[in-house]
Design a protein around this ligand. Sequence first.
Ligand code: ZN
Length: 275
Amino acid sequence: MKKMIITCAVCGAETTREHNPNLPLTPLEIADATYEAYLKGASIVHLHVRDKEGKATQDPMVFKEAIRLIRERCDIVIEVTTGGAVGMTDDERVAVIQELEPEMASLDCGTVNFGDEYIVNTLPTMRRFAKEMIKYNVRPTLECFDISHVTAADILIKEGLLKAPLHYGFVMNVPAAIPYDIELLNLLVSRIPKNAFWTVMGVGRACVPAHYGAFALGTGFIRVGFEDNVYFDKGVLAESNAQLVERTAKLSREAGYEIANPADVREILSLKGIA
Ligand code: ZN
């Protein structure tokens, strides 16, 4: 039976309580939200943290506190962001790799519009981050917000900076980046190496349609959570990250999948495991 890996991105960097009052912000709230999502079928948490004002921070100490609290609750795979937030420096973003040595981390694969803002990832930045991840045996999720990001990842593969098994994350429907539709998802999937794994993230209203894209193509995994989407239905805010994960698990089961647990993820993506 095919296994569906569900990633939950519980808070992200840009989502606020104005978007959804149920957004977890403190390390404790993030750990509780992660655990609730895990109970509903999430096997990876994509982790950002916030400072005392609720703003995105890459402070390793805050990450350490969130990770400690998550580990008291469950063995979910932790994928730490190196995307950080709009405007952060490379030094700030990458420090978490050395400081935390996580099992997984996101690696943004290019520069792109992000609504009215933009995120910058030059090839030298990508090389630096990829080298750090190799050094600490961290499995990157190659986040692609555009088809050209797949091309950029190809360059790193040729340079030996990315090792199999590869895992791509297709972030679709960020305003002013690649939209979600099945043709574009199929195009992205058709351009990654054979045997590579991928996860689709449908931002905003693309959330549920992207699930069906993953089912239709048959080879992909799914990410949900407040980082990508705060609504459960049109005009109806999600009560929690867990509520979104629960729906993803339900739809996946109905589509013929078994829901992967963290041990499955560690095997499928050849992770180093919890230290
Ligand atoms: Zn993120």
